[in-house]
Design a protein around this ligand. Structure first.
Ligand SMILES: [Zn+2]
Length: 335
């Protein structure tokens, strides 16, 4: 989860040097891409101590009213509106707290947050605070699915390694995923968490029937993959994308290779895959590739597990791959 140096305007939003022609009333006009821009520095004003504490001290500050004792996090008022505008004082609160709502999860983010999805967004009441702080939520156990973080779930604030003093410098993970030492540590950073050892689901022993289902599904998936690799339209869905995926099912394990338009499935155990997919019944995946129900839905519905949260993006591409092939076949059938 380490981030590169980011530009105020991400590169992909900057148009290319290019022109195009539009025809209006039979006359051609040339349009050229150009830019008009202003950059500015924004003052955090009286919120500065809160953001500076996150950036430099890895602390979460609130403001406390000396009269009524209420602690507001973030410290949004300098004077208590309930106590005749008594000046408040800054206090530090704990970095562990409880969710006061069940957070919705964003799977299909806007382009601004695409590299962060899936993520939860919810409100946490940190110990020592009386109001809730709005935070992004993640898990270290693989994909963030509903039920993992609910109202009342204990969570801990994690600090990004590179902090510039903005609210996205922090996020929360469930306290249950941390060791007692990590839980007790103040200013725990994301590089101190183990993101590489998510808990893979365990499947019961496969029966003869499971083995037969696996063999048959694998054969069908391999045939589909070959079709996808031959389809110009389907290839577009995975253009410029490269992933070696280990797929574990109850009946057996295989490898999926995505390589810039090529899509291949082999019965092989990958030693160092980019990520792991696990689904008890291989037909879940087969259905998805046949465009019979989305694979993204299977992930959200917990029928299919993936080891890395941000690989949801790859799952999204697999769905497009299936959709593009299905569309091409449909068009050919009409011809
Ligand atoms: Zn007060």
């Amino acid at each position: 989860m380490t981030e590169k140096v980011q530009k105020v305007i991400p590169d992909e939003y900057i148009p290319e040097v290019r022109s195009r022609v539009v025809t209006i009333d039979n006359k051609d006009y040339l349009l050229q891409n150009d830019a008009m821009f202003t950059f500015y520095e924004r003052s955090m004003g009286e919120f500065s101590p809160f953001f500076l504490a996150i950036k430099d001290e890895k602390k979460i500050l609130g403001c406390k009213c000396p009269k009524c004792g209420i602690v507001r996090v973030p410290p949004m008022v300098t004077h208590c509106p309930d106590c005749n505008f008594t000046p408040t004082e800054l206090v530090e609160v704990e970095q562990v707290g409880k969710m006061n709502t069940t957070p919705p999860i964003t799977y299909f983010a806007t382009s601004m947050f695409l590299d962060k999805a899936p993520f939860g967004r919810g409100r946490v009441i940190l110990n020592g605070a009386d109001t809730a702080l709005s935070v992004m939520l993640y898990t270290t156990t693989g994909i963030l699915v509903p039920g993992l973080i609910k109202k009342g779930t204990e969570v801990k604030v994690i600090f990004g390694d590179e902090r510039i003093g903005q609210i996205t410098d922090i996020y929360c993970v469930p306290a249950s995923e941390l060791t007692p030492e990590q839980l007790a540590k103040k200013g725990l950073q994301e590089s101190e968490l183990n993101w590489e050892a998510p808990k893979e689901p365990e499947f019961p022993e496969a029966s003869d029937e499971d083995m037969a289902v696996y063999k048959q599904s694998l054969k069908e998936m391999q045939a589909l993959a070959a079709e996808m690799s031959r389809s110009k339209r389907a290839r577009k869905a995975i253009e410029g994308w490269k992933r070696d995926i280990a797929v574990k099912t109850k009946g057996g394990e295989f490898a999926m290779y995505i390589d810039d338009g090529d899509f291949k499935i082999e019965e092989k155990k990958l030693k160092s895959p980019d990520f792991v997919m696990a689904c008890e019944d291989p037909r879940t995946l087969l259905d998805g590739l046949m465009y019979n129900g989305a694979i993204t839905d299977s992930v959200i519905m917990k029928r299919l597990w993936i080891s890395k949260n941000l690989e949801f993006n790859t799952i999204f591409k697999l769905d497009r791959l299936a959709r593009f092939l299905a569309r091409e076949k449909k068009e050919q059938a009409v011809k």
